[in-house]
Write a protein that binds this ligand. Structure first.
Ligand SMILES: [Fe+2]
Length: 653
């Protein structure tokens, strides 16, 4: 870590003409000004067109209005919100550090008082570099603070050996005046006459989109810089940005490579591995979990948006178990915000928490309901909200895609479905990076999004339009059908897993929604003032028909949303319908397994009694990381509490 450049062996240097950088839309920091402007234009500039897929939304007196049965509800704006809540945004922590002769001054872009906790990264080889906090902290007053490194962090406290090395790396944590944890960040400095902040990584690198011969690296830096990524003795120059994404191509299958990221004279080193050749029978392990959003109000269990206490332990366990990749399907953060900048802070905190553990483990994430970035009408307490538009700037989908690198092999959007009100205009958000599939050895993973174009209050969907929590819309269903057919035909694929945030059969916490709604099939999306043909339970059955009856390789439905672990085996005998159900009942040709694991730190739910409860094989309210150990035909499920390392269950499917 942070050592000198050893890459004398470099054989050739490529620039980015051959694809490789998709200059990670500079959302996190770079677009702050642009997005702030976008908000303004969204609320004031009436040029923003209202998607035709919605209804009863119009412009009235220079405001967007939702006409709720004659009641005109004005779009709730960030300006309205500022008057009532204590808001924290990522931009308030952007380039706020400045070196002086003795240490580092902090000028946060917000007037507040609080506490600054800090500590150095030790100068020693560490596979999982992480700082340790110093025994003292500093006060933040009027948004300003100072760490006197020369005085406080010298001698026996100089873990970084900054005095002799003339450089170091420091982690800091901002608490508000009630000791809530608001933000974590790391910065690097050099020492000459005084201290100077230099560019370095703030979160990442994360590995994603792992295939037999490619892998994508993604990371963010505190300042604009031009990092050099080196893999297999080839250097790749990244273009100047704070947000970096690069896909390394032409790699060999199933091979581990050393890689490094050089920023100035700082070098971060790690390893990456490509996926084995498709069809490979050798044993591998992947981890599954979801729902790490904030657990309580205080402490690490709510590090502004997520439960850092548990997610860090999960990442530690995943790294310790040397998992080959991690699938995390939704509700990473609290979300449900109207301010993109505020949600960017939450995503950044999540990524920062798991960064030390994840530089060698590919991460694939899916969307949940909490990833929604909303447009809200009237009083926010009434939940008159829809997925934010314009969809390319303010939807939950667009924000999600900017923070993660996922495959882009999913469907385009719900445009073009039989309900699309206008085939020429874009009336729906994109599925790109939130619905996708990937292959690892002899398995295929299909990731769905049951919170696409999500309107959080299903009771107003008939009036305003949008999709209900848990519902997979038509184009996505068609895509699922074609993916399943594709993998069924592929002789190299033995197992198909499908991951979706909401269970087909909720067991603890979400019987009132997910794909059940207490047996109310009326719930469904409304598009341009019309309801779609299929209700939520009928749609659930259509999904199961594809997965169970039209596939022989589908093994497990991996879900979350409920903050617990459950394993359910559903077969033809399992009761699956409300008492008064008169429509067709789906005949299941074979049993299948549903695993719920929303146990990554969100507040807990106990078990509920539902028609299918007799088929529940295991239910646990412990925090849980699910590991799938796959070898040829064999699939073993190993469920471990990351807090205690207790084995919750280990069974062969
Ligand atoms: Fe959820």
């Amino acid at each position: 870590m942070n050592s000198f450049n050893i890459f004398a062996l470099q054989t050739k240097r490529r620039d980015m003409s051959k694809k490789t950088i998709i200059g990670f839309i500079p959302i996190v920091f770079g677009l702050i000004i642009v997005t702030a402007f976008a908000y303004q234009s969204n609320f004031i500039n009436l040029d923003v067109s209202i998607p035709k897929s919605l209804s009863n939304i119009s412009i009235d007196n220079d405001h967007f209005i939702f006409n709720k049965n004659g009641e005109k509800l004005k779009l709730y704006t960030i300006e309205d919100e500022n008057r009532t809540t204590d808001k924290w945004q990522l931009s308030q922590f952007d380039e706020v550090e400045k070196g002086n002769k003795d240490g580092i001054e902090f000028h946060f872009k917000k007037d507040f008082s609080g506490t600054l906790i800090y500590g150095l990264y030790a100068y020693e080889p560490m596979d999982y570099p992480i700082a340790v906090y110093f025994k003292k902290h500093e006060k933040i007053e009027n948004g300003k603070a100072f760490i006197n490194i020369r005085e406080q962090l010298s001698g026996v406290y100089d873990l970084a050996l900054w005095k002799s090395r003339k450089k170091g790396r420091l982690a800091y944590r901002v608490l508000d005046n009630k000791n809530n944890i608001i933000f974590n960040k790391s910065i690097s400095f050099i020492v000459n006459e005084g201290f100077t902040i230099v560019p370095d990584i703030v979160w990442g690198p994360f590995l994603s989109i792992q295939t037999e011969n490619k892998i994508t690296l993604k990371f963010a830096t505190n300042l604009k810089c031009t990092p050099i990524v080196s893999v297999n003795n080839i250097n790749y120059d990244l273009k100047e940005s704070k947000n970096h994404e690069i896909t390394i191509i032409d790699l060999d299958d199933g091979k581990q490579y050393d890689y490094s990221i050089q920023i100035g004279d700082i070098i971060h080193k790690s390893t990456l591995k490509t996926a084995p050749k498709t069809g490979n029978q050798a044993k591998f392990t992947f981890a599954f979990s979801s729902d790490s959003r904030g657990g309580t109000l205080k402490g690490e269990t709510n590090t502004k948006g997520h439960n850092a206490d548990i997610i860090k332990k999960m990442a530690t366990l995943a790294a310790f178990k040397k998992v080959d990749f991690w699938q995390f399907t939704g509700d990473m953060i609290d979300g449900y915000k109207i301010d993109r900048d505020e949600m960017e802070l939450e995503y950044t905190n999540w990524l920062t928490s798991i960064s030390p553990f994840m530089h060698s483990i590919p991460l694939n994430v899916g969307m949940g309901n909490h990833e929604v970035l909303m447009n809200v009408f009237g009083d926010p307490k009434d939940y008159m909200s829809i997925d934010g538009f314009p969809y390319d700037e303010r939807s939950g989908e667009s924000l999600f895609a900017s923070f993660y690198a996922n495959p882009i092999n999913g469907p385009d959007s719900e445009d073009g479905s039989k309900y699309d009100p206008d085939y020429k205009s874009i009336d729906f958000p994109s599925y790109k990076e939130n619905v996708y599939s990937y292959v690892y050895a002899n398995m295929a993973m299909i990731v769905l999004n049951s919170n696409y174009w999500y309107s959080p209050n299903h009771n107003i969907i008939p009036l305003i339009g949008g999709n209900a929590h848990g519902y997979v819309m038509d184009n996505q269903l068609e895509w699922l059908k074609s993916e399943i057919a594709k993998f069924e035909k592929d002789g190299n694929i033995q197992h198909i897993f499908v991951s979706i945030h909401t269970p087909a059969f909720p067991n603890g916490g979400h019987s009132k929604n997910d794909m059940w709604y207490n047996g109310n099939n009326e719930v469904r999306p409304w598009i341009a003032g019309k309801k779609v043909d299929k209700g939520i339970i009928e749609r659930r059955d259509e999904i199961l028909d594809i997965l169970v009856n039209k596939s022989e390789k589908f093994r497990v439905l991996l879900t979350g949303d409920e903050h617990n672990y459950s394993r359910l085996i559903v077969n033809q005998e399992t009761k699956r319908y409300p008492e008064n159900w008169t429509a067709t009942k789906l005949k299941l040709k074979r049993p299948f397994v549903q695993i719920v694991n929303g146990a990554a730190g969100a507040p807990y739910y106990a078990q509920e009694t539902l028609p299918w409860t007799p088929s529940v094989k295991k239910f646990s309210s412990q925090y849980a990381l699910v590991l799938f150990n796959i070898e040829g035909n064999k699939i073993e499920v190993e469920v471990i509490n990351p807090n205690t390392l207790e084995l919750i269950e280990k069974v062969e499917l």
